[in-house]
Design a protein around this ligand. Structure first.
Ligand code: DGN
Length: 258
């Protein structure tokens, strides 16, 4: 059976890409809610409602586990989705928080993400569960999603915007920064440049793929290597604007999708 992955739109492809890299034998069904994005500015109730509908859709594809690739949906809806589900539902926040709480040396961690993610306080809660001593400094960076979708990944304007957002975090002398939005791993080099070499950048997309592998192994759900001839290896569904989705997907995935 495939792994279900969903996001508010294209951003979750950074997570899909990591799953392709780290679990190359697994099949995957991806859903991007392009008709209703962004989730980052919507209320908790709305994000829960949308996420439930998507989970229902993914279950019609007989998925064996679901990855909530969207940081905002993880922050707002993961708890509800888990309560209602009989298969593993894995969010992007937990694994990243666990890693960040162990790599920090001075217990000062920054988190950047959408307004919804930062205001939910979920990163702070989970980080403190792993390490009660940490000080967590969150900063919402709403402009960055648009800049990524515009393709301005290596652009002085994007660097300037990041630099403005990180100003607040600078004097907190953080040594670890969580890139807590699906789009931000694509801005890794810009973040690196602005934050400096001494700050460890944590990528939730990478960490959730590591966690997914652990969970599949533990629950004996890993692919046994047999190829299912009936299904395509990777399937992508969107609620709107499939062409735009394809363009973005083809710019970041290791192969072209139809
Ligand atoms: N996928 C969203 C997230 O990771 O928070 C970002 C896109 C959005 O809905 N604003």
């Amino acid at each position: 059976a495939p792994i279900g992955v969903f996001d508010s739109g294209v951003g979750g492809l950074t997570v899909a890409r990591e799953i392709m890299r780290q679990l190359p034998d697994e099949r995957m069904v991806y859903f991007g809610d392009t008709a209703r994005l962004p989730y980052g500015t919507k209320s908790k109730e709305t994000v829960i409602r949308f996420s439930r509908q998507i989970v229902r859709f993914l279950k019609t594809k007989n998925v064996k586990a679901i990855v909530v690739a969207c940081n905002t949906a993880t922050a707002q809806a993961l708890e509800e989705l888990r309560k209602e589900s009989d298969i593993p539902v894995i969010g992007v926040i937990d694994a990243a928080a666990r890693v960040a709480s162990t790599v920090t040396r001075n217990d000062r961690i920054g988190v950047v993400g959408t307004t919804g993610t930062i205001e939910s306080g979920m990163y702070t809660r989970v980080l403190k569960e792993y390490n009660p001593r940490v000080q967590v400094y969150g900063k919402a960076c709403p402009l960055l999603v648009s800049l990524v979708e515009e393709g301005w990944l290596h652009d002085p304007v994007t660097e300037e915007v990041i630099s403005r957002y990180l100003k607040d975090l600078e004097y907190k002398s953080i040594d670890t920064l969580i890139l807590g939005c699906t789009h931000y791993p694509l801005l890794r080099s810009a973040f690196r440049k602005v934050a400096g070499e001494d700050v460890t950048l944590v990528n939730p997309a990478y960490e959730v793929a590591v966690e997914l592998k652990e969970i599949l192994d533990e629950k004996k759900l890993s692919c046994d290597g047999e190829v299912d001839q009936a299904g395509k290896k990777y399937e992508f569904f969107v609620s709107d604007a499939a062409e735009k989705f394809c363009d973005f997907a083809n710019s970041i995935l290791p192969y072209d999708i139809e």
